[in-house]
Design a protein around this ligand. Structure first.
Ligand SMILES: [Fe+2]
Length: 256
């Protein structure tokens, strides 16, 4: 049994005069994550817990004084071999939130989303994307990369596709993912994302290895193209961003 659980006991020091209380996972005393969310607020044991909490808070604040790039470099840069589960755990430990990334958001302009490269080394890259209301990207793959998408704010509509006999992507399934949710994109997945709400959508992405050779589809023209690495998931308006194009196909002609 947790020695900190239970009702307050007479004679124990009270912390109520300090204006602090713990509710859920956030401490109203200092507005930082409390961790276990358990403990007696009224007894001396709480003071021990609070000392632990203060140490946690100073560590978190120390991390927040680092730049986003440094935090990602510390979380992702030392890992030689990334596996999906360990990569997600590294990102969770990084504790990047909308408060950290807000200054780095890029307006979408004429594109479905504004993209900002946060961190990149030879084997991994991380981006933050800013989706206005109603935005939707084109169906695409990630070349030979896989990765994670973390919904930081808003709600994302995620669609997964399968190519038909003409090589045209058809929706197989679609679902809504809310803030705090994660999407795993395995190698070879053809998908699209969108923001069907009236609010902003912000997503954090990490890909292994860095995406190169991304193929974007235009189902209305039954065409696809491989885009340059600095292009997002949309059909490029500038032909110079097209590396290779597959023209509209007929049955029996099966582009990748
Ligand atoms: Fe994608």
């Amino acid at each position: 049994m947790d020695s900190f659980a239970g009702t307050p006991r007479d004679g124990h020091a009270s912390d109520s005069g300090r204006g602090g209380s713990f509710e859920g996972d956030i401490c109203s005393y200092c507005q930082e994550p409390w961790g276990t969310g358990r403990g007696c607020f009224m007894c001396g044991a709480f003071l021990v817990r609070r000392a632990q909490h203060e140490r946690l808070r100073s560590r978190v604040n120390g991390r927040r004084s680092e730049s986003v790039q440094d935090r990602l470099k510390r979380a992702l840069g030392r890992i030689e071999l990334h596996r999906p589960r360990s990569l997600k755990a590294s990102l969770v430990r990084c504790q990047l939130g909308i408060r950290d990334l807000e200054p780095l958001l890029v307006e979408a302009g004429p594109f479905p989303y504004g993209r900002h490269l946060l961190y990149q080394n030879q084997g991994i890259e991380s981006l933050v994307m800013n989706w206005p209301s109603g935005a939707e990207c084109a169906p695409h793959d990630h070349g030979s990369s896989w990765g994670w998408v973390h919904i930081l704010e808003g709600e994302a509509e995620h669609s997964v596709y399968q190519l038909d006999v003409r090589g045209v992507p058809r929706v197989r399934r679609k679902r809504l993912v809310r803030a705090g949710g994660w999407l795993f994109a395995p190698k070879g997945l053809i998908h699209s994302m969108g923001n069907p709400t009236s609010n902003r959508l912000v997503t954090l992405h990490v890909y292994v290895p860095c995406i190169t050779g991304m193929r974007v589809y235009d189902p209305s023209r039954c065409a696809s193209c491989v885009v340059r690495d600095d292009c997002g998931a949309w059909w490029p308006a500038d032909d110079r961003q097209i590396v290779q194009i597959s023209p509209p196909s007929s049955a029996g002609d099966l582009p990748r």
